[in-house]
Ligand binder design. Structure first.
Ligand code: FE2
Ligand code: FE2
Length: 238
């Protein structure tokens, strides 16, 4: 496998099944900051590029993960909604409650907790609207685009013009979510739990990076696979 240094992390994540999980493990930003080359991203994350290449080669040999470039867009959309949107909706109320509890008990001694709560609330509000826009507007159009292409018909014109318009908006919202996640990671010093803290604190600092990892995978599937494929499909139908 050729992992040229010029290939961007985003391209690798989009073409090698399982790569996103590896990047997550090494702390490599493959989602909003995915424009870097692998070598550049590894030096930013202060890790050896050889180690990452080895892990990528192994996962590529195992092919454990589904190749989303080969799946239909309808199946990919279904996967995003059933797995990632459902996860966000379940986790938001649970994490908000957990945050409120930890802030109440430890907020006085750990001033950063209130800021984490504020950022998470902003993220939760943005995401709730974002998921609805995708599910009610963009995703049905993409599925319709694909079924029209399969049946040889023409897609019904969308009220938003080209698919590139909502895609651009969704990607801006992804960037904003990425910034809030980044801010929370900074505030918590990479989710390192302070000495002698309670169980809820530990649970919170375990759940927040899990939420971050899931959102990274979710945004990656949209930005790097679903959206480019939908734009290409629309261009072919024109
Ligand atoms: Fe989504
Ligand atoms: Fe999205």
């Amino acid at each position: 496998m050729e992992l040229a240094n010029e290939t961007t992390v985003r391209e690798l994540a989009a073409t090698i099944p399982g790569a996103a999980r590896i990047f997550e493990r090494f702390g490599i930003d493959y989602c909003c900051g995915g424009e870097r080359s692998l070598a550049g991203a590894c030096s930013a994350a202060k890790i050896g590029v050889e180690e990452v290449v080895r892990a990528l080669e192994q996962t590529s040999a195992q092919q454990e993960e589904r190749d989303w470039q080969a799946a239909s867009l309808a199946v990919l959309v279904g996967h995003i909604v059933e797995k990632h949107h459902a996860y966000v909706r379940t986790e938001i109320p649970r994490l908000m409650a957990l945050l409120a509890k930890v802030v109440r008990v430890h907020g006085q001694n750990h001033a950063e907790l209130e800021k984490v709560e504020e950022s998470f609330r902003a993220l939760a509000e943005e995401l709730s609207m974002h998921l609805l826009k995708e599910e009610r507007m963009l995703f049905p159009y993409i599925v319709q685009l694909e079924s029209a292409a399969k049946s040889g018909g023409r897609p019904v014109p969308a009220m938003f013009g080209t698919v590139q318009n909502p895609v651009r908006m969704m990607m801006m919202e992804h960037d904003s979510a990425g910034e809030l996640l980044h801010k929370m990671r900074e505030l918590t010093n990479g989710y390192i739990v302070p000495e002698g803290c309670c169980m809820s604190y530990k649970m919170l600092y375990r759940a927040l990076p899990e939420f971050e990892a899931d959102l990274h995978r979710h945004i990656h599937l949209e930005n790097n696979i679903l959206f480019p494929r939908a734009i290409a499909l629309e261009a072919r139908a024109a």
